[in-house]
Design a protein around this ligand. Structure first.
Ligand code: NAP
Length: 323
């Protein structure tokens, strides 16, 4: 860090590749000199930037890392870090941190909410009342969630939080993951397709990135459609990249599956018109962790990680590859 050492009293320079939220921006400004990112231009103070502030949706590629010779840490305010080139960071000795656990409850709550909305048609019910259609007769019958079969794709921190909630609804829970978890009281299926075939609801909660790209494809959707006479419902709270969005739209339009609840999309914030036009799909704008309480906890943890690394202390929550 030659440039930083030349001016030891200065607040460390950091580059914000995601705009810091109002709930953390003043604290960042107090401790660091924050440079906003302008992807079209070389970062200001590139020679002295020691930290990057990022979100779960940020992209930090090898090219940017290479342009920042004093970089020590990339702090992601989010648990998913599929947009960060961790291999490039590691090869330069740059630490990458994220914010696991503090958001488990919120994301699990939203997954249950999307399942309930898709099954009980709550957004449509709201429109039905507001548009004055009730006096003309009752809404069509919806579908029962309690006691149904739930397949969870990804049984990590958030997957387990979803399972705990689903158990309270009396759901029969099964899952797939890279490896079986013998300590958990749920049935393990080695493939997503096999799991989909026995699920009324399939909830996706894996990381994004190359390892899970289009894991939910036309074959999996066909299996979910075969799961019962009333066909399965897909819920995605993971990353848009995990679902083949074109195949999903085809499956929904052709009635291969019964419906979907989606918090994440392939090209956010863009959501295809064909998807938005479908009445049996419930959509939310990537709000899994978007409560004031949880975003504050995430911001505080991301701040601690950044500050500790720049003070030469151990990060609280490094990503697994940097442990
Ligand atoms: P985690 O504890 O690391 O759990 C990830 C799970 O996914 C693990 O069970 C893992 O299997 C499984 N998995 C990984 N690759 C897989 C594959 N190819 N096939 C099947 N399963 C696979 O992560 P987490 O904290 O629960 O977070 C999960 C993800 O949720 C994040 O990475 C992020 O993308 C997403 N997320 C979304 C929101 C939102 O706003 N919608 C908010 C937060 C997080 P093993 O256990 O066998 O390793």
């Amino acid at each position: 860090m030659p440039a930083a050492a030349a001016n030891p009293d200065a607040r460390p320079d950091i580059l914000a590749v995601a705009k810091p939220m109002a709930l953390i921006a003043p604290r960042l400004d107090e401790h660091f000199t924050v440079h906003p990112d302008d992807p079209g231009r070389a970062p200001a103070a590139a020679a002295t930037i020691r930290g990057i502030w990022a979100s779960g949706e940020s992209r930090v590629g090898a090219d940017l890392i290479a342009r920042l010779p004093a970089l020590q840490v990339i702090s992601v305010m989010g648990v998913g870090y599929d947009g960060i080139d961790v291999a490039a960071a590691r090869s330069r000795g740059v630490m990458v941190t994220h914010t696991p656990d503090v958001l488990n409850d919120d994301v699990a709550d939203l997954a249950i909410g999307l399942m309930l909305c898709a099954a009980r048609q709550l957004p449509a019910a709201d429109r039905f009342v507001r548009e004055g259609r009730w006096p003309q007769g009752p809404m069509p019958l919806a579908r029962k969630l309690s006691g149904a079969r739930l397949g969870i794709v990804g049984m990590g921190r958030i997957g387990q939080a979803i399972a705990r909630r689903a158990a309270a609804f009396g759901m029969a829970i099964a899952y797939t993951a890279r490896s079986a978890k013998p300590a958990l009281p749920f049935a393990y299926w080695p493939t997503v397709e096999a799991l989909a075939e026995v699920s009324d609801f399939l909830v996706v909660i894996t990381p994004g990135g190359a390892g899970t790209r289009k894991l939910i494809d036309a074959k999996v959707l066909a299996a979910l459609g075969r799961s019962s006479a009333q066909k399965g419902i897909l819920v995605n709270v993971a990353r848009g990249s995990v679902v083949d969005e074109a195949a999903l739209i085809d499956a929904l339009e052709q009635g291969v599956i019964a419906g979907a609840g989606l918090d994440v999309f392939e090209n956010e914030p863009g959501v295809p018109e064909r998807l938005r036009a479908l009445p049996h799909v419930v959509l939310s704008p990537h709000i899994g962790s978007a409560t004031r309480q949880t975003r504050q906890a995430m911001a505080d943890l991301a701040f601690d990680n950044l500050q500790r690394c720049l003070q030469g202390l151990a990060a609280r929550t490094p990503v697994p590859e940097c442990r």
